[in-house]
Write a protein that binds this ligand. Structure first.
Ligand code: H53
Length: 830
């Protein structure tokens, strides 16, 4: 038997070996094996981290068998897959999700118990991978979850940042950023392939030459290279045996760099240049929806996209694959403009490397991409200076020029003589400097362009990309965002999940429309009482969490009012602050009897981009107000503010299920969709919100009676702005508003320091770009309606139940269905 080899065709060589059995005994055995042979420690001497890593690897073992099997099945057919290209994936913790997907939660709990370990203690050890900023990154994570659950072929491509979104702490109320060294304890979920190197080139210049066939060709003489190293993550479907792949890239210096070091006189300088190459995947840029045009960011974008296209063509397709068949095999979804450089990259591959004619290559490229726009803020649409492009990616710049030429010919043909339009639509803009408009490039090359909520898609067509929608009306479509019910209801809210499952069965987890079966229970007193007990239990849980995590002691019996999202002026945390300050001001000035104020706790969670001054000032003011208000006895404990630092996915999972009231108060026409809004509704919070983003659809579905609408709608906003908006008008005519602003300006919250509130107040009174003062009174009135309604707990609970029952639409499974039907046309079921 010695040395007997397995032929490649041998069943054991073709694998996968069977998944370990679903039993407590088998799980114990796997776990101890991972602990002993993986971590190299006996149970008796193992640390919590050892135990967590062993547990994660045990669960990963169960996933791996399914992953290999999914890959094997997919290899045998040649159907089209989705390549989701995203610079961000805000995954959240992996352990619970993997346990749920494999239906191992109970088994793991019992197995660990047998080893004298509490599963919950190990859950706390996991550091969440924060490879995203906010909505866009979390959406990508929800989408890949749903694709796996639908058994749809999808590979997520992105960057393996060594440092994810910064950790936030507060010092004297001010935000301090701490690097997120999330890999420092090891990441048991990733599978590295250091041997899989993808070469990526930068800089240099191009040269023309004539090939053997006498054709004019272009050669890119690279300036410098880096290598892309592949890291795989498993993306399990919910209890369906499917496991898809998320593939993230890390940058490594090439051997040329190493050789330089070897040969160089200046050893230290040579090592520095190696660091330079590896910097590409070092850190996630912390701006959300307002990108800074930093060179390293363009390097990141090109790096991950170049790795991904190369990987898809060379590593996932058969060796005899013909690139002309690409549109039958793949549709790349561009998650915002961040990966749009993939378009000229594919052209370069097809024309320069595969020798296709330009027109053929363009015909193929135009079928391989679809573009999702996630914003309406003009400053969020990325542009790259031509000078930077020419330096970093000279060949791509040439290709973009040529694409633009052909495109502008099309425009001129459709609109003869309309040069103004030609200039508006051009992929190259001239002001303030010559630059590439990535959203235009994406729109020109894509099969479809979609917005992320009905209102947003309509505004894209009517405003931001109007010229394009006129030229190609059929290219534009809407896919309303969604969230995964596995993570955001089933895992995050076990009490509600149990109540739902006990009432209508378990089918809702993979078919969220079934929540509508709960509708009738809104009228059932017994059910309402249970529903309230769930909320109460979730409030107790968040009270424990905030006590342990932040040392915050939440008062009991309050309406829990939650505003969690990135700090941005358009989202209007300022308006929320004005509301609380108005109540407080009313109480201390004697205009408002504290006994008449509904006891309310307002919880904020928000990170500000480190360079965003106004956002940071707002954080400081919120913290300052919290300190003063919480300590003021005149309030008689009826108002409480909490601002736990470092809001992240893990905290969201604890906080959202406990909320009574969801704050979605952006200026109409600014929030593309919002997805937090969906998570709250699904967990039985009522929304106070503007007619913006997906709020519009939430309100339509849950009904006006179960939603607190306020503020101007988008046409009213446009009209007011056209008329000329003067915030001072509102300050002068609204007494409560004036008094609240004066209180802030007086330094009441900032230890008497008027300057500390100066920037905030000054901007509100003289600029107020997002019309907080214009919506103030309407917001205050809506909050008064909230208080009145909350006093009737039976009515409130009915509304909360109806929010749950009518929000099934907001499952990301439905979003994926829409993408598949309208854009991707891929098959599901494996
Ligand atoms: O994308 C979310 C939307 C949300 C929008 C957000 C977003 C980013 O997080 C980053 C960049 C960007 O252009 C947009 O602000 O409204 O819900 C997912 O679509």
């Amino acid at each position: 038997e010695r040395g007997a080899s397995l032929e490649p065709s041998h069943p054991l060589a073709r694998g996968p070996v069977a998944s370990p059995p679903h039993s407590v005994d088998a799980f114990v055995k796997e776990f101890l094996r991972e602990l002993n042979y993986g971590q190299g420690v006996p149970l008796s001497r193992s640390s919590l981290n050892d135990q967590y890593l062993a547990l994660a690897r045990t669960v990963r073992g169960y996933l791996t068998a399914r992953w290999l099997e999914t890959a094997r099945k997919r290899r045998s057919h040649t159907e089209r897959a989705v390549g989701y290209l995203s610079a961000e994936y805000l995954l959240g913790r992996q352990l619970d999700n993997a346990l749920l997907a494999t239906d191992l939660t109970q088994i793991a709990e019992d197995a660990l118990h047998a080893c004298g370990i509490e599963l919950d203690a190990l859950r706390q050890v996991e550091v969440e991978p924060g490879l995203g900023n906010g909505g866009l990154g979390r959406l990508a994570a929800c989408f890949i979850d749903s694709m796996a659950t639908m058994g749809a072929p999808c590979i997520g491509y992105g960057l393996r940042y060594e440092y994810g979104i910064f950790k936030q702490t507060f010092v004297d109320g001010r935000q301090i950023e701490i690097p997120d060294n999330w890999l420092s304890m090891g990441d048991p979920w990733e599978i590295a392939h250091p041997e899989m190197e993808v070469p990526v080139h930068f800089g240099g210049h191009t040269e023309r030459y004539v090939d053997e066939a006498g054709r004019d060709r272009v050669k890119w003489i690279h300036g410098w290279d880096v290598l892309g190293i592949r890291y795989n993550y498993m993306v399990p479907g919910y209890q369906n045996g499917v496991v898809n792949t998320l593939r993230l890239w890390r940058a490594r210096a090439t051997r040329a760099f190493d050789l330089d070091i070897f040969n160089a006189g200046d050893y230290a300088q040579a090592v520095r240049s190696q660091t330079f190459a590896e910097n590409i995947s070092k850190v996630l840029y912390p701006e959300d929806s307002t990108p800074q045009g930093k060179e390293l960011r363009l390097q990141q974008q090109y790096f991950f996209v170049a790795c991904s296209l190369y990987d898809f063509i060379k590593h996932t397709q058969p060796t005899d694959f013909d690139v002309r068949d690409l549109p039958e095999r793949i549709i790349f979804q561009l998650n915002d403009t961040h990966p749009v450089i993939a378009i000229p990259e594919l052209m370069r591959l097809l024309v320069d490397d595969y020798g296709l004619e330009w027109e053929d290559a363009w015909g193929i490229t135009r079928q391989c991409f679809a573009y999702t726009c996630h914003t309406l803020l003009p400053e969020a649409l990325e542009v790259w200076p031509v000078s930077l492009m020419e330096r970093l990616l000279p060949r791509h710049m040439e290709i973009i020029y040529r694409i633009n030429e052909g495109f502008l010919d099309e425009v001129r043909e459709a609109y003869p003589g309309d040069e103004l339009r030609v200039r508006r639509m051009s992929i190259i803009g001239d002001h303030p400097e010559r630059s590439v408009r990535m959203a235009h490039l994406a729109t020109v090359a894509s099969v479809k362009v979609n917005g992320v909520a009905e209102l947003h898609s309509q505004l894209l067509r009517d405003k931001v990309l109007n010229d394009f929608a006129e030229l190609w009306p059929d290219k534009f479509t809407n896919v309303t965002n969604g969230v995964t019910p596995r993570r955001f209801v089933r895992q995050a809210n076990p009490y509600l999940s149990k109540l739902i499952t006990d009432t209508i069965g378990v089918g809702w987890v993979a078919n969220l429309d079934r929540l509508e079966e709960l509708e009738v229970y809104a009228e059932d007193e017994d059910f309402r009482e249970k529903f309230r007990a769930v909320k109460a239990a979730n409030k107790e849980r968040i009270t424990r969490v905030l006590q342990r995590r932040d040392g915050i002691a939440l008062p009991e019996g309050h309406l829990l009012d939650v505003m969690v999202k990135r700090l941005h002026e358009y989202k209007r945390q300022s308006l929320k602050l004005l509301h609380i300050v108005t109540l407080y001001d009313g109480i201390i000035s004697g205009r408002l009897d504290p006994a008449s104020v509904t006891p309310r706790t307002v919880v904020f969670g928000a990170k500000a981009a480190p360079g965003y001054r106004m956002a940071k000032e707002t954080i400081y003011l919120i913290n300052s107000a919290a300190t003063v208000i919480n300590a003021d006895p005149r309030v008689e404990g009826r108002l409480f503010m909490a601002f736990p630092a470092n809001y992240n996915v893990t905290l969201a999972e604890r906080l959202i299920p406990a909320a009574d009231l969801s704050e979605q108060i952006s200026l109409a026409g600014k929030e593309a969709s919002g997805t937090g809004n969906m998570k709250f509704a699904l967990n039985g919070a009522l929304t106070i919100g503007t007619d913006d983003g997906a709020n519009v659809e939430i309100r339509r579905l849950v009904g006006d009676d179960n939603f607190f609408l306020f503020g101007m709608d988008e046409p009213q906003v446009a009209e007011l702005q056209a008329r000329g908006y003067r915030p001072a008008d509102y300050y002068e005519t609204n007494e409560n508003l004036r008094s609240a602003i004066n209180l802030i300006a007086s330094g009441h919250f900032t230890g008497g320091d008027r300057d500390a509130a100066g920037l905030f107040v000054g901007d509100l009174l003289s600029n107020d770009a997002f019309l907080a003062l214009a919506d103030y009174q309407s917001y205050m009135d809506a909050q008064a309606r909230v208080e009145a309604y909350y006093a009737d707990q039976e009515a409130w609970t009915k509304s909360a139940i109806l929010n749950v029952a009518r929000s099934g639409y907001f499952s990301s499974d439905r979003s994926m269905r829409d993408y598949i039907d309208r854009i991707w046309h891929v098959k599901t079921g494996v």
